[in-house]
Design a protein around this ligand. Structure first.
Ligand SMILES: C[S@@+](CC[C@H](N)C(=O)[O-])C[C@H]1O[C@@H](n2cnc3c(N)ncnc32)[C@H](O)[C@@H]1O
Length: 228
């Protein structure tokens, strides 16, 4: 437990420093294509808020917002939160609740702070979840804690669209880390029903990974439904 806590603290510092240094190669300049393909097939009404854990300044939030969803992102870096609103030409209201700084404009609320400290009272009663580049940003010893937090916060019936990556972990070190279907099952099958959706080899689009020695990198999507 002590070890887990130690690496976890290193991790928040690691990400804050990456944002400070502008090392944000994970930030995609296009909306994720599997989000666009599969979100409309999910049983999620357009008025349902979407929780985006570890949200960065992702443009996927803008796409979800444009589908009608209020957005609740959670992000440790204040730089990421401020950049998001600046780039969207929005002037957020800023407030403080517990250990969190909350940036809010229109129906987009970015909760700046540690996701593991998030409590239910900061979330809507009902929401869907979108996870791209969040679970895969965690080394294996930290994933259980993240998945447990997601399950604890999610009311029964919550739908999650999860996008992961799978590649030869012995060739390239993460982050992002490689996850197989069996890893997803190990993390979530106690609390969620899991349906694999699609697997696409992205090596031609993700050239930086080709340069790091990979011959294939599979972007995989899953629909998860929170059980009772
Ligand atoms: C790989 S990035 C992915 C960002 C976003 N999902 C995207 O698609 O661009 C992971 C993000 O999680 C944030 N993060 C890491 N640990 C966190 C924590 N404990 N609480 C909240 N955010 C965290 C990092 O600052 C970083 O922006």
């Amino acid at each position: 437990m002590q070890q887990l806590l130690k690496s976890y603290k290193m991790d928040t510092k690691y990400w804050i420093e990456r944002w400070q240094a502008g090392k944000i190669g994970f930030h995609a300049i296009e909306v994720n294509s599997q989000l666009k393909e599969f979100w409309p097939t999910l049983p999620v009404e357009p008025s349902t808020p979407v929780l985006v854990p570890f949200c960065g300044k992702s443009l996927d939030m803008v796409w979800l917002y444009n589908q009608g969803h209020p957005i609740v992102g959670v992000e440790i870096s204040e730089i990421a939160c401020r950049d998001f609103f600046n780039e969207q030409r929005l002037s957020p209201k800023v407030s403080t609740v517990k250990n969190f700084k909350i940036f809010e404009s229109e129906h987009i609320r970015l909760i700046c702070g540690d996701f593991y400290e998030l409590t239910e009272d900061l979330l809507p009663n009902k929401f869907a979840i979108f996870d791209r580049a969040s679970l895969v940003s965690l080394p294996s010893d930290m994933r259980t804690c993240y998945a447990r937090k997601i399950a604890d916060l999610s009311p029964s019936g919550t739908t999650m669209l999860l996008i992961t990556l799978r590649y030869a972990q012995n060739i390239m070190k993460g982050p992002p880390f490689s996850l197989k279907f069996s890893d997803i099952r190990g993390l979530y099958s106690d609390s969620f029903e899991i349906q694999p959706l699609k697997s696409i080899n992205r090596i031609e689009q993700l050239k930086k990974f080709k340069e790091r020695g990979l011959q294939e990198i599979w972007e995989e999507s899953y629909k998860l439904t929170r059980q009772l």
